[in-house]
Design a protein around this ligand. Structure first.
Ligand code: HEM
Length: 375
């Protein structure tokens, strides 16, 4: 039986239509009557969050299309299949570094901080071309810029990260050992980099740092928790390492084991549309909830079971359609690289006893503040 959209209040306090059914979420993600950023009346639009990272209307459809073209031109090429070996090398270097830091800190250690938070941020910074000395700062600014509860913290961090990217765009290195997003922008846009264009690119790179680190951190953390709390899955994986890619997909699908979230991605209706018994009016906000869609029993048998042999597993964690996550390939490599190695590198790895879980309630990507392990 299909479930009609439910009227909810968005994190910013606006009315929104929540859609949770797998088939409907998937269909709406490719419906051209819905927009990710454009709104018929942006000044009076409902808001998804109070931060300007996600859920604030972005003027016209033209601007949305320009943004999509910019992502396709300057960002997507770094994640094409022919880039896989470069991505794997980059990730391997960061995983080695993170494991070395874990060993140096000794048992017990916070694997959220040392592994899940550090690897995706460092990799995306390297692809952007942020120099190593600035990467930790970029990571912490991206984290704060994702605060959806305190717009002042988010805006200050975003402005500082924009400024960092702007400074880097003003002095694009010509001698980077491999192409970075910065050098690509310099090569393709070069003399046309007016101040205004440069500011737009800086904002785009800030968005890429945020997108590249926040969800990937939660995915790695989620993978570690589900495997650390599920001995039979861990043993099965150790016995048959060929299952690692299926395990990655299941980690991406399963709800966060400690703090499931229910947020999804926002869309604005550009026309009236009927969904079940509900008519969503032009200009209204919709929230398409992947996390709940991924638990829909009509698509996934025994959805609450963590099954590393689940096939097919067409979860919607990376979205669907025109805005499908450009970094999905990288996120999969990161997750696989951690879970394929960590249990061999740290024999006896287990959750520390008596751990108190506190969540990042201010982050849309959710997650726990620390994940202490012993080995
Ligand atoms: C497990 C980790 C990740 C998850 C769960 C995730 C999830 C998503 C989702 C759901 C979307 C679609 C948003 C929408 O339809 O409104 C998206 C878009 C995007 N993601 Fe990811 N992402 C992850 C990792 C990454 C990484 C590593 C990058 C690195 C560049 C990245 C960059 C982007 C970008 C740039 C977009 C916007 C695409 C567009 O608007 O055309 N993501 N991501």
């Amino acid at each position: 039986m299909s479930k009609d959209p439910q009227l909810i209040t968005s994190p910013a306090g606006s009315p929104a239509w929540l859609v949770t059914e797998y088939a409907e979420v998937k269909k709406l993600l490719s419906d051209e009557r819905l927009s990710r950023f454009a709104h018929p009346d942006p000044d009076h639009a409902p808001r998804f969050t109070n931060s300007d990272i996600i859920g604030s209307p972005l003027h016209s459809l033209d601007m949305e299309q320009q943004r999509t073209v910019a992502i396709q031109t300057f960002i997507e090429p770094f994640f094409k299949p022919r880039q896989i070996s470069r991505l794997e090398l980059l990730v391997r270097a960061e995983v080695d570094r993170a494991f070395a830091a874990m060993r140096e800190a000794g048992s017990p250690g916070d694997v959220r901080d040392l592994v899940a938070y550090s690897i995706p941020a460092a990799v995306i910074s390297a692809l952007i071309g942020i120099p190593p000395a600035l990467r930790e700062l970029a990571r912490d600014l991206a984290h704060n810029a994702s605060n959806i509860l305190d717009p002042e913290i988010a805006a200050a961090a975003r402005a500082e990260l924009d400024h960092m990217c702007l400074c880097l765009l003003e002095h694009i290195p010509s001698d980077a050992p491999a192409e970075t997003m910065l050098t690509r922008i310099g090569r393709l846009v070069g003399a046309d980099l007016t101040d205004e264009v440069r500011r737009e690119f800086a904002r785009m790179l800030t968005g890429v740092q945020i997108a590249g680190q926040m969800n990937a951190t939660t995915a790695i953390e989620r993978g570690l928790i589900v495997l650390l709390t599920n001995e039979s899955a861990r043993t099965r994986l150790a016995q048959n390492t060929a299952l690692v890619d299926d395990a990655v997909e299941e980690i991406l699908r399963i709800a966060h084991p400690i703090y499931p979230r229910s947020s999804g991605v926002p869309r604005f209706a550009l026309a009236d549309l009927d969904i079940g018994a509900v008519t969503v009016r032009r200009g209204e906000l919709m929230v398409l909830d992947f996390e709940q869609a991924n638990q829909d029993p009509a698509e996934f048998g025994c959805p609450a079971t963590f099954d590393i042999e689940r096939r097919p597993n067409k979860h919607l964690t990376f979205g669907y359609g025109i805005h499908f996550c450009v970094g999905a390939r990288l996120a999969r490599i990161e997750l696989r690289s951690v879970i394929a190695r960590i249990f061999d590198e740290f024999p006896g790895l287990r959750l520390a006893a008596g751990q108190e879980w506190t969540r990042f309630s201010e982050l849309l990507s959710g997650g726990v503040r620390s994940l202490v392990v012993e080995w």
